[in-house]
Structure formats: C-alpha cells, structure tokens
Ligand binder design. Structure first.
Ligand code: G1P
Length: 293
C-alpha cells in the first residue's frame, strides 16, 4: 500500500549558465513563459495534483523565488489605489497556491544532493520531484498528476515519467531499460544517467517528474559521485529496483524543455497561443515573420 504523496520538491539551485546573462542576478526558474515564471507553472502543476507543501531547494539569489510566492503588500496597495483590483487578486492568489518551504543547497554537488537537502523538510515520506526546466501542458491531469495516480497503483514502487527521444539524443537524459507490462508501464530493470553516445540501453528518457517512495532517502545518502562529478538522482534510483521497485510511466500531453533556448522559445509560443488575448495577434506576427524570413 503506498502512502499519500503530500510534498513536492523543486530543485532551483542550478547556476543557469545556459541562460546567462539573464540568469546572472535572477534565478533561471524566474524567467517567464509569457508573463508567468516557469517555477510558478510548476508549483501550479503540483498543487493541481493535490500536493500540499512544496520544498524549493535554492542556491544563490533565492530571495526572488521566496518573494514571488509571498504577499507584496506595497505593490498590492499601489495597484489597489490605481483601481487594478483584478491584478491584485491575481497576485494574492500566487501566495496561496501551496505552502512553500525553502531550503538551501550550500554546494552545487548535483541533482541527487539537491534532493537530499530537502529530506529534513519532507520527512521519511514519499516525495514528488518536479524539475522546473521541464514544462507540461495538455490534458486534465498534466505531468505530476499522472505520476501520483500511477504511484497509487504501483504498491509502493517509485514511478518516473519517460518519453521516447529521437535516436542520438539519449546522451542528454537519464535513460531507463525495462519491460512493458499490461498497463503500459515499464518495469525498470536498469537506469543510466546521460549514457555516452551509442551506449544507451533504450530511447526511454526521464523527463523531470518523479514520485519516489521513502526508500529514496537512505539511497541518496550513500550514492557516490557519478556523471559530471555530481551526485545523481538517477544513480540513487537504481537501488529502488531491487527494493520497492521502479516503474517508468509514459506521460500524456506536451513537454517543453525550458532549460534549452529553443525549447524555452517553443514553450513561450505554445503557452501564448493558448491565450485568447494573444493567439490572434501572435499568429499574425508569426505569419508575417515567416513571409519575411
Ligand atoms: C536531469 C536528470 C536527467 C533527466 C533530465 C530531464 O538532467 O539528471 O536524468 O533526464 O533532468 O530534463 P539535467 O537536464 O538537469 O542535466
């Protein structure tokens, strides 16, 4: 029987080097998709899936993220005095999406280490993990909601979201090997973080959403340095295979890699095209640009 998943962890301590200079003084998780910071989209996804508490693992420049999920009384008062009460209501909602707790990763020792920093805040419970570079849309229950549902059906085993990536792209991801069951879940038999080109066991790539049982906590403590000199979450998950088990779940909906420049632009266009106020003028602009290109 699997325990209820109450807490999510969002690692946000990376240096964001791919988005310099924008990420020099602002965490890359605050860069907007149209006018909403990527981390807000991810916190909303977690809250929509029933998560009550979100632990954000911060590095430097953490105050922008904390401030974003807090009340901004001065700004709210100024907007109120200008009659912009709709905007004020929207800002107030952000502070109430979920209970946000911040912890600090004092050294950049890898994704697995970042998650381990959240252990005291989460406790010995199962945990949902959402990487803010991966954005999802589409469907009633996007991203982590599908995994939380699958976790409830897997008897205490961990679950991780996967997608088939084109051949030649495997080295950018954690790759799973497994056997497909009658539910359409892959029972994981092996995992490798960013395999060298030509060595991947499959094209099933981990795409930034996980629900892991409490057994992940001691596993993270003993995981040795792996790919790129960091402590890798993928390596810690290997020990779940012979313990409570691990399933890879193909996720429905669209996924955007907002950690990559083209993926970030794609997410901006896709999210803007879903908005009634932007769709028509943006399509007209895109047509004009294509004609001129
Ligand atoms: C991380 C994980 C990797 C996963 C990827 C998904 O890598 O370590 O296993 O496939 O996220 O986005 P990163 O992209 O942070 O280097």
């Amino acid at each position: 029987m699997s325990q209820k998943v109450r807490t999510a962890v969002i690692p946000a301590a990376g240096l964001g080097t791919r988005f310099l200079p924008a990420s020099k003084a602002v965490p890359k998780e605050m860069l907007p998709i149209v006018d909403v910071p990527t981390i807000q989209l991810v916190v909303e996804e977690a809250a929509a899936a029933g998560i009550e508490q979100v632990v954000v693992v911060n590095g430097r420049n953490k105050s922008a993220i904390e401030d974003h999920f807090d009340h901004a009384y001065e700004l709210e008062n100024i907007l109120e005095s200008r009659g912009k009460s709709e905007m004020v209501a929207e800002l107030r909602k952000i502070a109430n999406i979920a209970q946000i707790v911040s912890v600090r990763q004092k050294q950049a020792l890898g994704l697995g280490h970042a998650i381990a920093c959240a252990h005291p805040a989460v406790g010995d419970e199962p945990v949902a993990i959402l990487l803010a570079d991966d954005l999802f849309d589409g469907g009633e229950n996007p991203g982590i909601g599908q995994l939380i549902k699958a976790y409830g059906e897997c008897g205490g085993a961990g679950v991780v979201a996967v997608m088939e990536v084109p051949e030649g792209q495997e080295h950018k991801y954690g790759i799973v090997d497994g056997e497909l069951d009658e539910r359409g879940f892959w029972k994981v038999t092996g995992l490798v973080e960013k395999p060298a080109p030509g060595t991947a066991p499959s094209r099933l790539a981990i795409i930034g959403r996980y629900v892991l049982p409490p057994e992940i906590w001691p596993a993270l403590e003993t995981t040795k340095t792996g790919h790129g000199g960091g402590i890798q979450l993928t390596d810690a998950m290997v020990s779940l295979i012979d313990g409570p088990g691990l399933y890879a779940i193909p996720i429905e909906g669209n996924r955007y890699d907002a950690g990559d420049k083209i993926g970030f632009l794609h997410a901006n266009l896709a999210f803007a095209l879903k908005r009634d106020d932007l769709r028509e003028p943006l399509l007209a602009l895109m047509k004009k640009m294509l004609d001129e290109a």
